[in-house]
Design a protein around this ligand. Sequence first.
Ligand SMILES: Cc1cc2nc3c(=O)[nH]c(=O)nc-3n(C[C@H](O)[C@H](O)[C@H](O)COP(=O)(O)OP(=O)(O)OC[C@H]3O[C@@H](n4cnc5c(N)ncnc54)[C@H](O)[C@@H]3O)c2cc1C
Length: 495
Amino acid sequence: MEKTACVIGSGFAGLSAACYLAKEGYAVTVLEKNATFGGRARQFRASGFSFDMGPSWYWMPDVFDRFFENFGYKVSDFYKLVRLDPSYTVHVDEKKEMIIPAKMEKLMALFESYEKGAAKKLKLFLEDAQYKYEVGINEFVQKPAHGFLEFVDFKVAKSVFKLNLFTSISNHIRQYFKNPHLIKLLEFPVLFLGAMPSDIPALYSLMNYADMSLGTWYPMGGMTKIIEGMIEVAKKLGVKFVSHAEVFDANVDRGKIESLRTSKGDFEADIYINTADYQYFDQNILPKEYRQYDKKYWNNRVLAPSSLLFYLGFDCKIDKLKHHNLFFDGDFDTHASQIYETPKWPSDPLFYVCCPSKTDVSVAPEGCENVFLLMPIAPDIKDNDELREEYFDVMIDRLEKKTGQKLKGNIIYKRSFAVNDFKSEYYSFKGNAYGLANTLKQTGPLKPKMKSTKLSNLYHAGQLTTPGPGVPPSIISGEVAAREICKNYFEPQIL
Ligand SMILES: Cc1cc2nc3c(=O)[nH]c(=O)nc-3n(C[C@H](O)[C@H](O)[C@H](O)COP(=O)(O)OP(=O)(O)OC[C@H]3O[C@@H](n4cnc5c(N)ncnc54)[C@H](O)[C@@H]3O)c2cc1C
C-alpha cells in the first residue's frame, strides 16, 4: 500500500520535505492556510510591481544547486541566477559608504584601505570561515540533532575547537580586525541569526564565507522563482497542494495522529510533518498531553527579531541606490540591545533597503523603482499604524538625505507589514520574522526537537527547529526530516 504524508505549511521547509518524501514514494499532500504558497517567501503583485515578501539575499548557492540536482534538475531549469557586483553597499555613517565588491582582490584592497595589514588578515579569516562552512553545511546541519551522541563520532567533535563553538563571533572578529567599520561589516550577517554578536558562536563566521567568498546572487524574477521551481519539482513527483487549508486541530489516538481537521475538511496520512511555526502547532493544534513542550519552555526561548517592512513602488528611478543597501549609519550595539536586551522601538534604527529593480526590470513598471524597507525590531513589541508611520518617516528621511533625492511624493504604492501581520499571516510566535535565535544554548540538539517524542508519526521542520532560520537552513531542515522519516518510520508503535 502507498505510504501517505501530510505536510503542514508550504514555505521552503515544507516544499523541501514534500519533494524528498515524494521521491521516496510517499503520496504527499501539502496543507497551506494562506491563499498562495511559499510562506514567508511569498510574492505579491500590486500596481504593476512584484514584491518578494520576505527573503531577498540569495546566499549559499551550493545549497540550492544541490536541492535541484537531487531531483535531476539544474537551477537554470527554473530561473536565471546572476551574481551581484557590487554585492551590497553599507552606509557606515552620514557621509561614508562601503561598496562591497564581488571580486576577492578588490575586497582585499578595500579592507587594506581601512586598516593596514587587513587584506592578509581577511584571507586568513576567510580560510578559517571556509573550514567552518564546509563542516557546518556538509556535516553539522545534515544531522537531525536528536542528541549529542550524533556528534561524537565525526569531524565536528574532532574539530570542536577549530569550529569556535565556545568563542563569540564578536571576539573572534576582533582577534583579526580593529577598524570599527570592518568589524561592523563582518558582524552584519549575524543579524540574520537573531542575537547580539557577543551571544553568537564564532562558528557562524561561516556566514562571512558565504557572504564574501560565495557571493550574493539574485534569481531573475525574484526569490519567488525558487518557490515556483520547488513547486514544479513537487508537482512532477505527484505532490498535491491545498491552499486555504488551515489546520485547526489534530485527532490523536494512542500516541499517533489519526487525522488533521482543516478548513478544507479532514486529512488522514501515515506520517505528518509540521513546518508551520513549531510553537503554534505544538501549543494550539496538539491536545495538551501530546505537546512536546510547555508554555514556560516556549517563553524561555530566545527569538530572532521581528521586522517592520514596507513594500514601496516609486514612479521614478533612485540613482544612488544599489540592489542591497544597508543603512548602518546608526549605532549597531544600541539598536541590537533594543531588540534583544531591553526590547523597545529603536531610538536610532539601522535598516536595510532592497531595490531589486536595479537588477531586474520585470519587478517594476518602466521608469519605476521597486523598494523594500526592513527594520529589525524586537519580537512581540507593540505594533500599530502610528508607530509604523513614525518609523517610515525616519527611514524615508534618511533615504532622501543619502540619495539627495526628494522621494516621498513619488510613492505610488505602499504597504506595511510588521509584528501583527507575522502573527496573523503565519501564526508566528511573538510575531518573529526569522524563527529562533542561533545562540549557543539553542544550537544543534538544544533546539526544539525535530522528531516528536509524544507522537510516533509527527516530525517538525523549518526555521524553529534544526538547523535554524534562513532559506538554505529551511531547505536542509525539510530534507533532514524527510530522511529521518524514511530511515525510521515503520508502522507506528503504540506508545
Ligand atoms: C522579512 C524577511 C526577510 C528575510 N530575509 C532572508 C534572506 O534574505 N535570506 C535568507 O536566507 N532568509 C531570509 N529570511 C528567513 C527565511 O525567509 C525563513 O527562514 C524561511 O523562509 C522559513 O521557511 P519555513 O518553511 O521554515 O517557514 P514559513 O515560510 O513561515 O512557512 C510556514 C508556512 O506554514 C503556514 N502555516 C502556519 N500555520 C498553519 C496552519 N495552522 N495550517 C496550515 N498552514 C499553516 C504558513 O502560512 C506558512 O506558509 C527572511 C525572513 C523574513 C520574514
